[in-house]
Write a protein that binds this ligand. Structure first.
Ligand code: TXA
Ligand code: MG
Length: 323
């Protein structure tokens, strides 16, 4: 990818002035602000309408910078960082006293990540310090995986959007807490529990097993389109499509195995994603954004397979369908 260094320069100037810049990453686009500037961080919370208790991830460009943002860093953190950074992994560590409490939602821990996107890395490198960035959407809504999604969702509330093409991973990073002796997976993502366990040489703990770690961002309803979304197994999906058609209710369908041709009824909009979990994840938010813009009254989603490779996708769909 060719990097537009004029755009990077412009973004650095804006960040230095406490303004917000949307940054492409391999997972989703982030709404970036200077992690050391309280006004910028307040603006992020305002623009997203995000509860102040929900902490932000600080994005870095070098592993050595961990030490400026975290304290008492366990060896496991450096090990996981070397294995997976730059990449879709966020590490939760004890916070360095210099990190603004507003960034961490008042918690004594901090979330850090080095994203694997040339534009994000060029920006962080040129800015010279950490960029706090939640996903560049309004709280609870669908995450953006291209520049247009950010424009549609935030409009003029963001000062500048860096172009970085469509996100290659497509869902938010895996979050691993290293606050306890054993690593805990706080959010499922592209990097699987088994990948983390392999790297560490021991099993990770599932969330909430014996930990009191707060992940305020994991309140149930999240990542949701505007239209009601229903998650259905394949046979229920066929029945629902038939019911809606008989009642003349236009519905949109997102499937992975069921083909539109397999159904006699004609629905207004149908997207069939891949039956490979990584490809599916990459297209998930773009598909939901597209179906959400149709005339359909609801989005019917075919339940993906319920196994480890699909956990991150299942998590996002379950939250999107929660009421
Ligand atoms: O892939 C990603 O992680 C994207 C890109 C932009 O990097 N960012 C992202 O940020 O998804 P956001 O704010 O939408 O989600 C961050 C999650 C939230 O659920 C938040 O509660 C959790 O990380 N988090 C942040 N700091 C934490 C901390 N100190 N302890 C526990 N959870 C934390
Ligand atoms: Mg988010």
């Amino acid at each position: 990818m060719n990097i537009d260094f004029k755009a990077i320069h412009n973004a650095v100037t804006l960040l230095s002035e406490g303004k917000l810049v949307a940054v492409p990453t391999e997972t989703v686009y982030g709404l970036g602000g200077d992690a050391r500037n309280i006004d910028a961080i307040q603006k992020i919370f305002r623009v997203k309408n995000r509860p102040p208790s929900n902490p932000l991830i600080i994005h870095l460009s070098h592993i050595s910078a961990i030490q400026d943002y975290a304290r008492n860093i366990p060896e496991a953190a450096f090990h996981l960082a070397k294995c997976f950074w730059p990449g879709p992994l966020t590490l939760v560590l004890p916070k360095h006293p210099s990190v603004l409490p507003i960034v961490t939602g008042g918690q004594d821990s901090v979330a850090l990540r080095i994203p694997n996107h040339p534009v994000a890395l060029a920006l962080i490198e040129a800015f010279g310090r950490g960029i706090a960035a939640p996903s560049a959407n309004r709280s609870g809504m669908l995450s953006p995986t291209c520049k247009e999604h950010v424009q549609q969702g935030l409009g003029s509330l963001v000062d500048f959007i860096l172009e970085g093409g469509p996100c290659t991973v497509g869902i938010e990073s895996t979050i691993v807490s290293l606050l306890d002796e054993q690593a805990v997976i706080l959010r499922q993502g592209h990097i699987l529990e088994a990948d983390i366990a392999n790297a560490l040489g021991y099993a990770t703990l599932p969330k909430h097993s014996k930990t009191k770690i707060e992940t305020p961002g994991s309140q149930f309803k999240h990542y949701a389109p505007q239209k009601p979304l229903f998650l259905l197994n394949t046979s229920e999906l066929k029945i629902q499509i038939r019911n809606k058609m008989e009642q003349n209710i236009p519905c949109a369908v997102l499937s992975f195995s069921l083909k539109q041709n397999d159904i006699e009824q004609i629905t207004t909009s149908w997207i069939q994603l891949s039956d490979d979990p990584e490809n599916y994840a990459q297209g998930l938010y773009a598909a939901l954004h597209e179906l959400d813009r149709t005339e359909a009254s609801c989005i019917l989603v075919e339940m993906p397979p319920q196994n480890a490779a699909w956990l991150a996708v299942l998590d996002r769909l379950q939250r999107a369908s929660a009421t």
